[in-house]
Design a protein around this ligand. Structure first.
Ligand SMILES: Nc1ncnc2c1ncn2[C@@H]1O[C@H](COP(=O)(O)OP(=O)(O)OP(=O)(O)O)[C@@H](O)[C@H]1O
Ligand SMILES: [Mg+2]
Length: 306
């Protein structure tokens, strides 16, 4: 195993105390083989069409998960305009662009944010993720790996649209939350994302959220249409994770730079997000963590084919 591989297995840490000093190396290795990898649940929030509400969902879902006792890290990985920090009224000194060039580690750029979450602030330079040198990529991926050690859930707010590398990245997550709206363009674009994902081997669970609906009935109608078509034509299983109603408190909270879950906990959109968090928490991760390679290992494979 070369240095690069070992660095990408950095999240495999013992749950039990290390073997006593003095035992031989073979015994230490056998011990390492028995311990379970520590693997935070990785949730990637994405969409086909832009502006459908990914960042608002990512921020508020992270806070709802934190309220359920999950240690949550939100990573702003929007490929275009990083703005989770704006919704959280955070003024980060550093962001992913410093982590990309190896000037800072992910740990150093991570900051506490509202609602008891931690934020890894994004940068528009992240669009270079597809074009990183091997050294940059290895350094960034092993840096992300460190997040697994003290988090239960890592939520990635990703950019809209689909490219080869974005899809590979998304497919490596445990849960891929596809956000869409009850509009023909948004639905067609969501279907295109699901189609791309369904072609990726060993992809995580695809879960659908209908945002900006009039209510459950409309959300069900659109979500059923997408799920049934994906099942019939792509042989893909799409879980209906939930919906969020159109709520004037959402843009009001955006203007006030406070997540709506904190600014208006009693509003309809907040209730919807809490129920999405509840469903997500209740849904089992596809395979027990110890039986599957770490997120970073799969991501690394997705990028390099190794
Ligand atoms: N449930 C909702 N009710 C009312 N307005 C909403 C709702 N969800 C989102 N919006 C509005 O839609 C706009 C876009 O939301 P957001 O920035 O979260 O989308 P996005 O998918 O992250 O966009 P981008 O693709 O540019 O990253 C925001 O201004 C927000 O106020
Ligand atoms: Mg966004």
């Amino acid at each position: 195993m070369n240095t690069l591989d070992r660095r990408n297995f950095a999240n495999i840490v013992p749950d039990a105390p290390a073997p006593a000093p003095g035992r031989d190396q073979a015994e230490a290795l056998r011990f390492m083989g028995r311990v379970r990898p520590r693997h935070a649940r990785v949730v990637a929030v994405t969409s086909g069409k832009g502006g459908v509400g990914k960042t608002n969902l990512s921020v508020n879902l992270s806070i709802a998960l934190a309220a359920r006792g999950k240690r949550t890290v939100l990573v702003d990985l929007d490929l275009g305009l990083a703005n989770a920090d704006i919704l959280l009224d955070a003024t980060p000194r550093w962001n992913l662009s410093q982590a990309l060039v190896g000037r800072k580690t992910i740990g150093e750029i991570t900051l506490p944010a509202m609602g008891g979450i931690r934020l890894v602030p994004g940068a528009s330079g992240v669009e270079r993720l597809a074009n990183l040198s091997d050294v940059e990529r290895a350094s960034l991926l092993s840096s992300f790996e460190s997040l697994h050690q003290d988090a239960d859930v890592i939520v990635f707010d990703t950019g809209a649209g689909i490219s080869r590398n974005t899809t590979a990245f998304l497919a490596a997550a445990d849960d891929i939350v596809v956000v869409t709206m009850p509009e023909p363009t948004a639905v067609v674009d969501a279907y295109a994302v699901i189609k791309m994902l369904s072609r990726e081997a060993d992809h995580g669970d695809i879960r659908l959220v209908l945002n900006q609906c009039t209510g459950r009935e409309e959300a069900e109608r659109y979500a059923n249409g997408i799920a049934v078509t994906a099942n019939k034509l792509l042989d893909a299983y799409v879980e209906k994770l939930g919906y969020i109603v159109t709520d004037p408190h959402v843009p009001q909270a955006v203007r006030a730079r406070r997540p709506f879950l904190l600014a208006y906990p009693g509003c309809a959109a907040s209730a919807c997000v809490r129920s999405i968090a509840e469903r997500l928490t209740a849904a089992a991760v596809r395979a027990p963590a110890q039986e599957r390679p770490s997120f970073m290992r799969r991501l690394f494979t997705a990028f390099t084919g190794k």
